[in-house]
Design a protein around this ligand. Structure first.
Ligand code: FAD
Ligand code: NAI
Length: 472
């Protein structure tokens, strides 16, 4: 039962995977809960324009590519696929509709009131949502993030020439040539979708490798694989300007360090240089809450902000911008409000890039592990096993990639696991669980893994930490 002084025990602002999960957990714990969301549907970026629709397009285009590109032929299946892009989009929209509707059902089931509209603080316990004023003992900010704009490159999703990730999900035609600005997760996932469907794809990445934050071996191998698939990679380059005439864009590109300018024409340009936290128009000034240099809201370990009664989770706080990280923070935050202790182990958050093959990692990169050991390379042991030597991957015609286990040389404790494999996103779960339990590489090496599975490569990489893999 709510504190008599307030309408609700908890008001969550934002119904993305952070917010909707926090709201459900709070309600499960007996707190009277409301959730403010300005979108027409629940589920936030993830369900509406992020994880789910991008995976719908990735999955469908993977089938198309397998049918067209030869993998099926190698297996004795000869087909001549015809692309029905409208239907591909329809099944994507269907997935989004079903899942966002599912959250609405869960809200009703858990008696969570959805306050429709944009929320702004009046004070720490009073929030205006549209025309309504709502009071709550606790307010959780879960407003997520939006696309970081690139100066001189104006996004217009309606025109479908210069688009962001939301626009790139909706293209009505396969572009002949697409330039992706930013070789991070979105650029590679959505670039892969349109390459598979027939576009010529050029990725312009500022840094000298793709996928910042991942293990260097993984970044280098990923670049080789994407090049082999036909993507052109312009690493160490930046886009300095863009003009649009009719249905064509002309980009000016130069080396990251500066130098001669070159022009590239494209039918479609995808701007994917990162995302930034949503705090504008939230009225943080009214409650005296400041953001850090990156625009994020800082919290303590329990997700409390500097303002009493105000909490924050998900993309709007520091850490990787990932749906599962937001979800776990939502659960922990609601638990901390209700009484029991909610904890998120931020050292063990897996990350997956859903390209073909998938790229996944958890924990420290080799470089980070060495840096943490004060630069002492001998303090870190690494075991690597190629997917080419994994019987299942080889049989399935999926030879690309490897698994790498990074361990502490003295204690053998696993510090990080990195995979490139067709099902790396599924494989990484066991690595995360092992690390959560403080496993050593020997623990993984002596765990019986079913045969023939891709996961055996994790066991072999763990054995390789001691220099004793079997199948290589
Ligand atoms: P969000 O999901 O951004 O939700 C915040 C919600 O708050 C929004 O619905 C917004 O409308 C609402 N809101 C904001 N301000 C207000 C306000 N003042 N009043 C009312 N409502 C407000 N992550 C993964 O882990 N796996 C993936 O495969 C993956 N794929 C992605 C693909 C794309 C194309 C993109 C863009 C992102 C992807 N992400 C993925 C990232 C993931 O979507 C985010 O990390 C996640 O959605 C963050 O959750 P959140 O709850 O913090 O915020
Ligand atoms: P990102 O941070 O992954 O990649 C952005 C890339 O753009 C970086 O490689 C960066 O070096 C580069 N860059 C920055 N400025 C540039 C410039 N001016 N010119 C050229 N390159 C430039 O960001 P992205 O891909 O936009 O994704 C945003 C967030 O969404 C990510 O942080 C990710 O966590 C999340 N996401 C997660 C997915 C997943 O989990 N599978 C899928 C898609 C998004």
């Amino acid at each position: 039962m709510a504190d008599q002084n307030y309408d609700y025990d908890v008001l969550v602002i934002g119904a993305g995977p952070g917010g909707y999960v926090a709201a459900i957990r709070a309600a499960q714990l007996g707190l009277k809960t409301a959730c403010a969301e300005s979108r027409e549907t629940l589920g936030g970026t993830c369900l509406n324009v992020g994880c789910i629709p991008s995976k719908a397009m990735l999955h469908a285009s993977e089938y198309y590519d397998a049918a067209k590109g030869g993998t099926m032929k190698e297996m004795g299946i000869e087909v001549n696929p015809k692309l029905n892009l409208e239907q591909m989009h329809a099944q994507r929209r269907d997935a989004v509709k079903g899942l966002t509707g599912g959250i609405e059902f869960l809200f009703k089931k858990n008696k969570i009131d959805w306050k429709k509209g944009h929320a702004t603080f009046e004070d720490a316990h009073t929030v205006k949502v549209g025309d309504e004023t709502v009071t709550a003992k606790n307010v959780i900010i879960a407003t997520g993030s939006s696309v970081t704009p690139l100066p001189n490159v104006e996004v217009d999703n309606d025109k479908q020439v210069v688009v962001d990730s939301t626009g790139a999900l909706e293209l009505a035609k396969v572009p002949k040539k697409m330039v992706v600005i930013g070789g991070g997760v979105i650029g590679l996932e959505l670039g892969s979708v349109w390459r598979r469907l027939g576009a010529e794809v050029v990725v312009v990445e500022f840094l000298d490798q793709l996928l910042p934050g991942m293990d260097m071996d993984v970044r280098k191998e990923a670049a080789k694989i994407f090049k082999k698939q036909g993507m052109e990679l312009m690493l160490g380059h930046k886009v300095t300007g863009c003009t649009v005439k009719g249905r064509k864009a002309t980009l000016t590109v130069e080396k990251a360090a500066g130098g001669d300018e070159q022009k590239i024409e494209a039918d479609c340009v995808l701007v994917s240089i990162g995302r930034r936290p949503n705090t504008e128009g939230l009225g943080l000034d009214k409650i005296g809450l400041e953001t850090n240099k990156r625009g994020q809201i800082e919290t303590d370990h329990d997700f409390r902000t500097a303002v009493d009664g105000v909490w924050a989770i998900g993309d709007v706080v520091p850490g990787p911008m990932l749906a599962h990280k937001a979800e776990d923070e939502g659960i922990a935050c609601a638990e901390n409000i209700a009484g029991p202790t909610g904890i998120v182990n931020h050292d063990v958050i897996p990350g997956v890039v859903y390209t073909w093959p998938e790229i996944a990692g958890v924990g420290l990169t080799t470089e980070e592990a060495i840096e943490k050991a004060g630069g002492d390379k001998a303090a870190v042991k690494v075991g690597k096993f190629p997917m080419m030597a994994n019987s299942r991957a080889k049989t399935n015609h999926e030879p690309d990639g490897f698994v790498k286990v990074v361990a502490d040389a003295e204690t053998d404790r696993v510090l990080g696991v990195w995979c490139i494999a067709s099902v790396a996103g599924t494989m990484i779960a066991q690595a995360a669980q092992a690390m959560e339990f403080g496993a050593t590489s020997e623990d993984i090496a002596y765990t019986c893994h079913a045969h023939p599975t891709h996961s055996e490569a994790i066991k072999e990489a763990a054995m390789a930490v001691q220099g004793k893999p079997i199948h290589i």
